[in-house]
Design a protein around this ligand. Structure first.
Ligand SMILES: Cc1cc2nc3c(=O)[nH]c(=O)nc-3n(C[C@H](O)[C@H](O)[C@H](O)COP(=O)(O)OP(=O)(O)OC[C@H]3O[C@@H](n4cnc5c(N)ncnc54)[C@H](O)[C@@H]3O)c2cc1C
Length: 371
């Protein structure tokens, strides 16, 4: 008999949400290479509860973001996770940007997202420091404490009997006699656990873990690219210039440098999008980006000067699309058909992965419990 029914690789927000969802019905072990859960991408992001207007209708990103948005507000209210429904505008800086905004409006409506167009005068009344030709208003975009959310999922998982094992890096994954054998490196020691099923929620290394299981990641289209996003913080004196999330009309790779309000009221701008040539977790924020950031920030809030900006955090997206490539959806795949029964891979879980986490957990649970 295997040591556990389900082994989850990775204690980011996604692995923890899955553990919390499965633990009441299954024995669960979560293995995490870092000393604590949530030390990688899940604690290095905008902490925005997205509404789901950007993604192609019927994509997993659209469906799981819209469902996750509702579930997150409900969880936060019930469990006291710090959050705020601060709302958001996507602003057209010129009349030429109004048609793309209308397209986002139409797509959002098709995805089931509540949205409203605002006139230039209505934007001025809401955000006097944001010059605008009109904007799309999203009443259900908000912010959440990512750590608060992960603490909730970890607590719920443990209460239901799950074991979260930190400092345990998966280094080998083999299928023997109908069960999975996970070889772990724990400090200098080797350890192992057997499981009936493995859920790969390894974030930036989800493709590495899939390869350990024997999946040909290039053939499957699972190769991830590292796309770094840096933030600059605005001085306290200028932090009150906006009172909600303010986004530009999005670009090709990311949503564009935008104004992010923290739960403590701090204003930051970011993230930019910089593909890293190698797969290093380099989180340094380059001061030399200040003028480029300043220019992008002033497109939204002209009163903010370069001197008001200081380097803040960065995070790295696990992206399936390489530079210049088109939209790629989340991959959440039961790999039985590829000859790996009992393996579920989650690959390319970039934004809106934080928002979608409870809905991703539900989706994975249906895969596991329905089969
Ligand atoms: C700059 C930026 C801004 C973003 N903003 C938002 C936002 O505002 N809203 C939103 O919804 N989403 C946002 N996202 C996306 C969101 O942060 C991610 O989708 C989400 O955090 C992914 O969670 P995860 O659990 O899959 O990955 P991670 O948090 O990376 O967790 C994976 C875990 O797996 C562990 N691991 C990896 N390999 C192994 C191994 N071999 N053995 C053991 N453990 C292993 C890692 O240590 C890590 O802890 C943003 C992302 C970035 C980078």
């Amino acid at each position: 008999m295997a040591d556990t029914e389900v082994a989850i690789v990775g204690a980011g927000v996604v692995g923890l949400a899955i553990a919390a969802r499965l633990a009441p019905h299954h024995s669960v072990v979560v293995v995490e290479r870092n000393p604590r859960p949530g030390m990688e991408t899940s604690s290095r992001n905008s902490e925005v509860i997205h509404a789901g207007m950007y993604y192609p209708t019927a994509s997993l990103k659209a469906r799981l973001c819209v469902a996750g948005n509702r579930q997150l507000y409900e969880i936060c209210a019930r469990k006291g996770v710090p959050h705020a429904r601060v709302t958001k505008i996507i602003t057209a800086r010129t009349p030429e940007e109004l048609p793309p905004l209308e397209q986002i409006h139409a797509r959002g409506a098709a995805n089931g997202v509540e949205l409203r167009m605002l006139t230039a005068a209505e934007v001025r009344a809401l955000e006097p420091n944001v010059p605008s030709a009109g904007a799309l208003f999203s009443p259900n975009t908000g912010i959440v404490s990512a750590h608060g959310l992960m603490d909730h999922f970890a607590h719920a998982a443990r209460e239901a009997g799950a074991v979260i094992q930190p400092r345990a890096e998966l280094v080998e994954l083999a299928r023997n006699d109908g069960e999975w054998q996970l070889t772990l490196r724990s400090g200098g020691e080797a350890d192992s656990v057997t499981a009936e099923r493995v859920v790969n929620a390894a974030g930036l290394d989800a493709d590495t873990v899939a390869a350990l299981a024997g999946v040909d990641v290039d053939e499957a289209g699972y190769r991830q690219h590292y796309c770094k996003g840096s933030y600059f913080a605005v001085s306290a004196a200028r932090s009150r210039l906006v009172s909600r999330l303010v986004y530009p009309v999005p670009g090709h790779v990311s949503l564009g440098v935008h104004a992010v309000i923290g739960l403590e009221g701090r204003l930051r701008f970011g993230p930019d999008a910089e593909y890293l040539p190698d797969r290093r977790q380099d989180y340094a924020v380059d001061e030399a980006k200040r003028p480029t950031f300043g220019a992008a920030v002033r497109q939204l809030v002209p009163a903010i000067q370069d001197d008001d900006l200081s380097p803040d955090i960065s995070g790295i997206r696990a992206k399936l699309q390489g530079p210049g490539e088109g939209f790629r959806d989340f991959v959440i795949a039961d790999e039985s058909a590829r000859g790996h029964p009992g393996l579920v891979n989650l690959i390319g879980i970039d934004s809106p992965g934080l928002t979608s986490s409870p809905a991703i957990a539900e989706h994975v649970a249906r895969m596991i419990e329905g089969s």
